[in-house]
Design a protein around this ligand. Sequence first.
Ligand SMILES: NC(=O)C1=CN([C@@H]2O[C@H](COP(=O)(O)OP(=O)(O)OC[C@H]3O[C@@H](n4cnc5c(N)ncnc54)[C@H](O)[C@@H]3O)[C@@H](O)[C@H]2O)C=CC1
Ligand SMILES: CC(=O)C(C)=O
Length: 257
Amino acid sequence: MEETRTAIVTGAGQGIGRAIALRLASDGFNVVINDVNQERADSVSQEIQQLGKKSLAVKADVSNREEVFGLVSRTHEAFGSVDVMVSNAGIAQVKPLLEVSTEELERIFNVNVFGVLYGIQAAAEQMKKQGSGKIISACSIAGYKGFSLLGVYSATKFAVRGLTQAAAQELAPFGITVNAYCPGIVGTQMWEHIDEKMAEYMDLNRGEAFKQFSEGIALGRPEEPEDVAQFVSYLASSDSNYMTGQSIMIDGGVVFS
Ligand SMILES: NC(=O)C1=CN([C@@H]2O[C@H](COP(=O)(O)OP(=O)(O)OC[C@H]3O[C@@H](n4cnc5c(N)ncnc54)[C@H](O)[C@@H]3O)[C@@H](O)[C@H]2O)C=CC1
Ligand SMILES: CC(=O)C(C)=O
């Protein structure tokens, strides 16, 4: 009988990460739920266990290299392999570029860029021993287009695209593929935060920024976390075995790359 495969999803306590975790569990994976927030991680892990699937919650901050390596070792100890690493955790920052402080720059690069690189490093260390694996990271439409007030956030997502391309070439000899997904305007807590901050900077009412951005979506509705999860399910499956180094738009038609 084929072994059950194991996936780690970072930042899976809510939003897109939670949807990805639930989808991978229904695809048959054991799923390790990582989040910096223990309560949220526990809650999603329990949700998966209630579906009769195996899951473990592991608190770790993806901006801490040791904690990311610890997350991978805990997963290996619990389930015997790490077949898919989804580096989904990310934070947003809404600020004019001229006002961004060094501390703010460091914070967002630490999570969105260093966190993705640590995910690649830690997962690859284990996957090289296995001779196979799939590394999947969160990019964004902002990884292809710099958005006003989201300039530094956009820069972090451009960086994810660069890391994905380089890691794909370095890890191909070990049977590891590396890809990224680029969501558009997804109604999660991240967008609650973006909307609130944009309202302050642009003198808008709450909800107007989200509405304005959503009006630019060709398919005519904001994205649901499940729209992203369905695509990540493909990236985690053997159907995507011949794809590597790609950061693919899953945005309902906002940015055409
Ligand atoms: N919401 C959107 O419209 C879009 C989101 N994305 C990306 O998708 C990913 C997920 O976004 P959402 O679900 O919307 O965000 P969210 O803010 O709703 O959820 C993010 C989760 O990550 C966790 N997290 C934050 N920092 C962490 C850290 N250092 N270590 C571990 N966990 C951490 C949070 O506790 C939270 O549970 C992010 O990388 C984001 O940049 C990309 C394009 C669009
Ligand atoms: C959060 C995000 O990536 C965008 C572009 O909305």
